[in-house]
Ligand binder design. Structure first.
Ligand code: ADP
Ligand code: MG
Length: 245
């Protein structure tokens, strides 16, 4: 059984079918990439899986075989799924450490106990935020540090599955290289990762398996090298001919 199984998931906004019958599986221990043109439904797919802010209109999402598509977002988080967002998202008026603690305590649903504080500190260490940064306000961090903090807050939840939405966007090349190392470290710690990204070097260095979405549907799925060589994928990116909706 795969760790995550999505079957025929769909979400429409009015007449716009943002996610239009997606079926895919994520094996435990894998880093799975998701790419696709802007508006192809990638972030919406993460929203459906995490219930933040909404679940699917139809279809099923199973974590370790258990249906989760009707659970509220905090129960999905407690079941073992954490995510980051396309835009850097933090509690800007809280310190770096407090932000990670929000993750470790599932937004206050669990006590800020010694193990939670330890999980917060470990997660910050995992993303390279040194103890000297812990008292700083999140709002004062650089873009890269904010991305690292968002990653740490998600890791502090000790998820089985981590969903990363464009972790490399807006970063410089050295920062991208650093992020690749961080994500490899998180994967090596036993967390399964699904990664939405446009930056090709990022996807190719990290992904064991790559899925391409287009128009809310799965256009291709397989090894990264085979997928990016697929003529359907090349066409979708170059926009020479859009597949029929
Ligand atoms: P991607 O992440 O692949 O760029 P999204 O999943 O963000 O794409 O969006 C897919 C489509 O759904 C886009 O056309 C987008 O404008 C639309 N969309 C996403 N979220 C909403 C929303 N909350 N309300 C209305 N339309 C939305
Ligand atoms: Mg997106």
């Amino acid at each position: 059984m795969a760790l995550l199984e999505i079957e025929d998931a769909a979400k429409a906004f009015g007449s716009l079918k943002a996610v239009d019958g997606v079926t895919l599986a994520v094996e435990a221990g894998r880093v799975q990439g998701i790419a696709g043109p802007n508006g192809s439904g990638k972030s919406t797919l993460f929203n459906l899986v995490t219930g933040i802010p909404f679940g699917p209109d139809r279809g099923t999402v199973r974590l370790e075989g258990r249906p989760i598509e009707r659970l509220p977002a905090h129960e999905i988080a407690q079941a073992g799924i954490a995510r980051t967002f396309q835009r850097e998202t933090s509690f800007d008026g809280l310190t770096v450490f407090e932000n990670a603690l929000v993750g470790a305590t599932f937004g206050g649903r669990r006590k800020a106990s010694a193990p939670a504080r330890e999980a917060a500190a470990n997660a910050l260490g995992l993303v390279g935020l040194a103890p000297a940064t812990f008292p700083r306000l999140a709002g004062e961090l650089s873009v890269f540090e904010r991305k690292c903090l968002m990653l740490a807050t998600a890791c502090a939840m000790r998820p089985k599955l981590l969903l990363l939405d464009e972790p490399a966007s807006g970063l410089t090349r050295p920062e991208i290289e650093a992020s690749i190392g961080l994500i490899q470290g998180i994967a090596a710690s036993g967390v399964t990762i699904v990664l939405i990204e446009h930056v090709l070097t990022f996807l190719m260095s990290l992904s064991d398996h790559l899925v391409i979405l287009n128009g809310g549907r799965v256009l291709a799925s397989g090894s990264p090298r085979s997928v990016i060589a697929d003529p359907k994928v090349v066409e979708a990116y170059l926009g020479t001919r859009r597949p029929a909706a």
